[in-house]
Design a protein around this ligand. Structure first.
Ligand code: AMP
Length: 444
């Protein structure tokens, strides 16, 4: 099946072709016709499935064919796309621009951590598509700088993550400001009771689609465990990068402190590395990501929340320097590699403290991950596990600087319940920092 068969206009097809896509992915094959019909949609799809184009392409098509409602456009938006993090918001809006290149539609993105005034200016003239994180959107609503009464289409992207990050109350406030008559699209990788409740209240007779079985890891990704002692993780990582000559590696640490420490250690090994996490300024994060994408940076070290939604085409290597506290995060992490058909490798450095977490992950993905001891890095078989939350900083697993509190690894289920506001990560917090920029996409 081709994109043309999905009923997309010539202007959109041209942009898609120029972007190098020839065949729609499964989520696109199902979502595009469903959204074009105008009804509500509940879609189960993870990052890496092509879901962004799955909703962006038909939305662009609908907006370009539906007449603009009469009346003032000032401060109004026609489509509102909510995402959990700044990075994802920026990427989604970039997709809107890419695919809407040959259409006369306007788009913009707003998120916290950057100055609000350019955003006010951007919103003032009205937009066809606005991508936003919930916190900053709420700031604008409170200041009266946005009018949501003309929203025709609402998208909740990565809804499960938004709930995990404690955004449910913000989302409900946004929903209350929307007109009753509208099209709603909800995308989520998982379906907790909380997501189901949100979907029940939000969606009207939705079409339901699901791609890639829930919690199943993408098959093209080769997964491997390297057992290692906790204080030998850093030399092992440096060894792997050097001996295999890895040029672009995304490394996950459990904590911000661990990320910073690892960057310093790799620097001493002459391996260029930078960290992205909630304590870094937006400018620093954007620069690190850009350098990494361009190949100027060999290693990007990230915490789970900061990495969410990072879209890097064909990322060959993902390393779990620490296993995640929450088993589902393993699936999200390794989803960074082997995207849209490319093959990738996900390597986990696992010490004795993490055996219980590993069991949790293997249970979730319903497969056992092959283990391979790297010669010279054989773990001490008599080592006794230490509780992860009691150490500070060792192997990057300490409590200090941790974005989330580390639960007992033996009881680390994803409850689906919102985390307390205090542990909400920085990425989408409204108005806590100043500076930065806002992008608009008007009058192409
Ligand atoms: P997403 O799930 O939206 O984050 O997209 C994952 C990746 O797949 C992105 O890098 C897209 O550029 C890429 N992608 C999306 N649709 C297609 C397609 N039809 N063919 C090839 N790559 C695609």
């Amino acid at each position: 099946m081709s994109f043309a068969e999905l009923g997309l206009s010539e202007a959109i097809l041209r942009a898609v072709t120029e972007n190098g896509y020839t065949t729609p992915t499964p989520i696109q094959r199902q979502a595009i016709p469903a959204v074009l019909k105008g009804g509500d949609l509940l879609a189960g799809a993870q990052t890496g499935t092509g879901k962004t184009a799955g909703f962006t392409l038909p939305i662009l098509q609908r907006l370009s064919t539906l007449p603009v409602k009469p009346g003032s456009r000032a401060r109004t938006v026609r489509t509102l796309i909510l995402t959990p993090t700044r990075e994802l918001a920026a990427q989604v809006e970039e997709s809107v621009r890419t695919y809407g290149k040959y259409l006369k539609l306007s788009s913009g993105v707003i998120f916290g951590g950057v100055g609000i005034n350019p955003q006010i200016k951007l919103l003032n003239g009205g937009l066809d598509i606005l991508v936003a994180t919930p916190g900053r959107l709420l700031d604008h609503m409170q200041q009266g700088t946005i009018d949501l009464s003309k929203v025709e289409i609402l998208v909740l992207d990565e809804a499960d993550r938004m709930l995990d990050m404690g955004f449910i109350r913000d989302i409900r406030k946004v929903l209350a400001a929307l007109p009753k008559q509208r099209q709603n699209l909800l995308f989520s990788a998982t379906f907790s009771d909380e997501i189901k409740a949100l979907a029940d209240g939000l969606l009207n007779a939705p079409e339901m689609i699901e791609v890639a079985k829930r919690n199943s890891t993408v098959e093209v990704i080769a997964q491997k465990i390297h057992p290692v002692d906790r204080d030998r993780k850093h030399p092992l990582l440096a060894h792997l990068i050097k001996t295999h000559d890895w040029s672009q590696v995304l490394v996950f640490t459990r904590t911000k402190h661990g990320a910073n420490k690892l960057v310093e250690q790799l620097g001493r090994d002459d391996i260029s590395a930078m960290a992205i996490h909630g304590n870094k300024s937006q400018t620093a994060r954007t620069r690190a990501l850009a350098d990494f994408k361009q190949g100027a940076l060999r290693v990007l070290v990230a915490t789970d929340i900061a990495a969410r939604g990072i879209d890097i085409d064909q990322l060959p290597h993902v390393v779990n320097y620490d296993l995640p506290n929450v088993p589902e995060d393993y699936v999200h992490r390794i989803g960074r590699t082997g995207r849209a058909g490319a093959t990738g490798e996900a390597v986990s450095l696992v010490c004795v403290d993490e055996h219980i977490m590993l069991k949790g992950i293997e249970k979730l993905i319903r497969q056992s991950i092959p283990q391979q001891v790297v010669p010279g890095f054989e773990p001490d078989l008599n080592a006794r596990p230490q509780p992860i939350q009691l150490r500070s900083g060792g192997g990057g697993q300490g409590r200090s600087g941790g974005g989330r509190s580390a639960p007992n690894p033996s009881s680390a289920p994803r409850s689906g319940a919102a985390r307390p506001a205090a542990s909400r990560p920085a990425p989408a917090q409204p108005g806590r920092r100043t500076g930065g920029s806002t992008s608009g996409n008007r009058g192409r």
